[in-house]
Design a protein around this ligand. Structure first.
Ligand SMILES: Cc1cc2nc3c(=O)[nH]c(=O)nc-3n(C[C@H](O)[C@H](O)[C@H](O)COP(=O)(O)OP(=O)(O)OC[C@H]3O[C@@H](n4cnc5c(N)ncnc54)[C@H](O)[C@@H]3O)c2cc1C
Length: 484
């Protein structure tokens, strides 16, 4: 049996890893081929190491509380590489000043003391947020825009100043369009089950937890890719090859797939795991499933641009005691946020330098992705100069563009997915997974890859179900289970 995995980002590499593991455990035998368009592996995970600087073009951290990420780091022997943030304080831009966000609020835990301590939030905004336990839950079970959900629960001031930047901000998205159901199902579940988020979380563990929410790797997230690739002993990896389309042959359980590459080569496959972004997956299935391809194309994407700047310490007046700042949507500013990389993570810059990572705002500035590097660097610097007291030009700068790089789970995303997944049932052995569907974070993608492999093995009765994916739980999960 030959399995072809399309895409060599974290999802595709993890799928190859779990398939190899099934092979090692004697649960499966076959050939694995991984096809990657680029001449490097890792997809959005991209670490540049230059002259003592460790610069992340894409992700710079892993959410620790989702177990799949940490489990894979352990299995790959990367525990020693794990680093934790040097400072956890996150600021927000308010009337031209950077004001700290109380730590308890970073995980959207509406702790009354933290709400009362929130600087720059009007008194009526604080009182409205404190009333959250008494706001009746919504009766409608349908999806709701994230912004509407946050306003409904916490009131406009808290939602716009605190909750939106912490949620929609990390998705580079518009909270008026993003789906609460798809992105924050645990908040909805707390509301439904306990009538309120604050009430649901009452008594759940100490907060802020002593362990940090996020971790990273000493030599950058690229180390995860390097280690994962090094662990793949039996996968035939073909880089610099583009899949342009799939074709069907055979019927039912004897269904096979022909994978066409841009250079004219065709591969026969018994199973195909598509881990590419939705619009690419659409192109690949368009010949035999045009309606499903059209639904895949409905998933919109944002195009983040990240500018990383290195300065000598003496060029920066601000003490940078924190991990960075976020910018609420209503504040006119060219950036959505900035991470103070050299304060957040140890070892990212030589001692005498600081490293800043600016996220360009896409909204109303759609051409950012098209602009020259020099323009983007200048724009970031001018925005940061008065806030951080920057003197002179950066000693180095890196620009990373991700055209159509960030899937947007907009309202109705889960229904769209349901229809797509339903349609895929007609194609046994063809699996669709990756950041466009059920979670964009690295631990989510490792989980999705593992689940895809479990489906791939169990759908054809060739393996035991993976005990790790067996779900257990009571009819009414506890708040601990919900937030986990
Ligand atoms: C700027 C930025 C910051 C982020 N920060 C974080 C963070 O801190 N923490 C976190 O957990 N997540 C973060 N994310 C999200 C996370 O990085 C991504 O969701 C994840 O890396 C996507 O992995 P993937 O394997 O699903 O897709 P990708 O990484 O997109 O991989 C898909 C691969 O398929 C290949 N491909 C595409 N088309 C074809 C084709 N036709 N034939 C062959 N190959 C093809 C591509 O070249 C690519 O390598 C961030 C993302 C961005 C852009």
């Amino acid at each position: 049996m030959r399995v072809v995995i399309v895409g060599g980002g974290i999802t595709g590499l993890s799928a190859a890893y779990f398939l190899e593991r099934a092979m090692t455990e004697g649960r499966w035998r076959g050939e694995i081929v991984l096809i990657e368009r680029a001449t490097r592996l890792g997809g959005k995970i991209l670490t540049v190491r230059e002259d003592g600087f460790v610069v992340e073009g894409g992700p710079d951290s892993i959410l620790r509380v989702k177990p799949e990420g940490m489990a894979l780091l352990r299995e790959l022997g990367l525990e020693e590489e794990v680093i934790t943030p040097g400072s956890r304080t996150v600021y927000r831009l308010h009337r031209g000043q950077l004001v700290p966000i109380p730590e308890a609020l970073l995980a959207l835990r509406p702790d009354p003391r933290a709400i009362l301590r929130t600087r720059g939030l009007p008194w009526w905004g604080r009182i409205r947020a404190l009333l959250e336990p008494w706001i009746p839950p919504r009766r409608d079970e349908g999806d709701e825009p994230l912004a509407a959900f946050l306003r409904r629960r916490f009131g406009r001031a808290f939602a716009e100043d605190i909750a939106e930047p912490l949620t929609a901000g990390i998705h580079a998205g518009d909270p008026e369009r993003l789906s609460t159901q798809a992105l924050y199902p645990h908040l909805l579940a707390l509301e439904r089950q306990f009538g309120s988020i604050a009430r649901g979380l009452r008594g759940v563990g100490p907060f802020p937890p002593s362990d940090p929410l996020f971790v990273s790797l000493r030599s950058g997230m690229g180390a995860l890719v390097d280690r994962l690739v090094a662990s793949l002993q039996r996968t035939h990896i073909r880089m610099g090859r583009t899949v342009i389309g799939l074709a069907l042959s055979g019927e039912g359980n004897a269904r096979r797939y022909r994978v066409a590459l841009e250079d004219g080569e065709t591969l026969e496959a018994d199973r195909v795991v598509l881990t590419v972004p939705a619009m690419e997956a659409a192109r690949q299935i368009a010949a035999f499933a045009p309606a499903t391809a059209a639904r895949l194309r409905e998933i919109p994407f944002a195009s983040p641009v990240v500018v990383t700047l290195a300065f000598r310490r003496d060029q920066v007046a601000h003490p940078l005691q924190g991990s960075g700042f976020l910018v609420p949507r209503k504040v006119p500013f060219p950036l959505t946020g900035c991470t103070w990389i050299s304060s957040k993570w140890p070892g990212r810059a030589p001692e005498e330098f600081v490293l800043l990572r600016a996220f360009l705002r896409e909204e109303g500035n759609r051409e950012a992705i098209e602009e020259e590097d020099s323009v983007l660097i200048q724009r970031s610097m001018e925005a940061l100069r008065p806030l951080l007291g920057l003197h002179g030009d950066p000693v180095r700068a890196w620009v990373h563009r991700w055209p159509q790089g960030m899937p947007q789970y907009t309202v109705g995303h889960l229904e769209r997915l349901q229809a797509i997944e339903e349609a895929f049932r007609a194609f046994p052995g063809l699996l669709l997974t990756g950041a466009s569907y059920r979670g964009i974070g690295i631990p989510d993608l490792i989980r999705q890859a593992r689940e895809a492999v479990t489906r791939l093995l169990s759908a054809h009765e060739i393996g035991r179900p993976d005990p790790l994916t067996a779900t257990c739980g009571e009819d009414r999960p506890s708040a601990e289970e919900i937030i986990r």
